[in-house]
Design a protein around this ligand. Structure first.
Ligand SMILES: [Mn+2]
Length: 335
């Protein structure tokens, strides 16, 4: 399983449609997929990108492998104009230009999971997931977009999710600096965490602090949810918000200032109490935190995988590595 870094493709020219397809193929090859599965991924990416060139403005495609196994996610998000009749556009074979193989209905048919939301005047967000047969499927309640600085290949943000006995532990790392050096620190942090992802949250931070000594260090946040409780522990400026079903956003937790690996204060665990139906959002400082000031109701109603993409598309700071992780409700009191 490669580190789940997102590939971003701006869809601003016909050639970007082909590019989307070839990036899907290269992720498929990194996952060791068969040619026919890789081809399905390339078709989905090409169709979503093709839709953006024909119907939308300001569109991007995000592609990524998702843990725990062999899932690929292909997301499209745009700045409008949105669809007037989603049900009609989902009909297999329906196409306003007559050139698509079958539009959204066809994409849904060849995906394992397909989620789309649209609002006239706002835009459309769609996410398709495809998994190798028999491999564990990515958590449907999890959304993620993890991008390096615009124009760079690697960045200092990294994340990981583990699940033990129904308890999910999500870790997000933002290593200081950017590029290859920061990426090495972030990978080291994930490696240290991976040895024992189920240990108590403060111990995770303490282990990372030790493991990142002699590096420039990182901001780190860990969220654990399951069995009726949700807890958070972090150091540095990774944000944790809860988006409630009624559209209110609360700041659930914020870490004390400090650098893991360098001058870490004593890690404190905070309880997060998301109401049923809420989505918890973790993001690094590569997302403009002013997004909480006047978010659109459309954005706040998005399911977790779409919310991560829409937030990134609208509020990313291109000169920093940027990551959004979203986790939606699973049972009444858990996430
Ligand atoms: Mn950062």
């Amino acid at each position: 399983m490669p580190q789940p870094l997102t590939e971003q493709i701006r869809i601003d020219h016909e050639s970007s449609v082909q590019h989307a397809g070839s990036v899907a193929r290269s992720i498929a090859s990194s996952l060791g997929w068969t040619d026919s599965l890789a081809e399905r991924a390339a078709v989905i990416a090409g169709e979503l990108a093709g839709n953006l060139t024909k119907h939308a403005s300001g569109g991007v495609i995000y592609l990524q492998p998702l843990p725990p196994g062999d899932t690929m996610e292909i997301i499209s998000v745009d700045r409008g104009p949105g669809m007037a009749d989603l049900a009609l556009c989902m009909t297999d074979g329906y196409s306003t230009t007559g050139t698509l193989g079958g539009g959204l209905g066809a994409i849904r048919r060849i995906s394992d999971e397909f989620t789309v939301r649209t609002e006239r005047g706002t835009g459309t967000v769609a996410a398709a997931r495809l998994s190798a047969p028999g491999s564990p499927v990515a958590d449907p309640g999890l959304g993620a977009v993890c991008l390096p600085v615009e124009g760079e290949r690697l960045g200092g943000d990294a994340w990981r999710i583990d699940e033990t006995d129904g308890v999910r532990t999500l870790v997000l790392v933002d290593a200081l600096g950017h590029g290859e050096t920061a990426a090495e620190v972030a990978r080291a942090a994930v490696r240290v965490h991976r040895r024992d992802p189920a240990r108590p949250l403060p111990e995770i931070l303490i282990a990372l602090n030790k493991g990142l000594r002699h590096t420039r260090g990182a901001a780190v946040a860990v969220l654990r949810t399951g069995r009726g409780s949700t807890e958070w522990c972090g150091v540095g400026n990774i944000r944790c918000r809860v988006v409630s079903p009624d559209g209110t956003i609360t700041t659930a937790a914020s870490g004390p200032p400090g650098i893991v690996g360098w001058n870490m204060p004593r890690p404190m665990v905070r309880r997060v109490s998301p109401s049923p139906g809420s989505t918890v959002v973790l993001h690094t400082d590569g997302i403009d935190e002013r997004w909480i000031r006047s978010p659109s109701p459309f954005l706040l109603r998005l399911p977790a995988p779409l919310l991560a993409a829409a937030l990134t598309h609208a509020h990313r700071i291109a000169r920093d590595d940027s990551t959004v992780l979203t986790l939606g409700t699973r049972r009444t009191h858990d996430l």
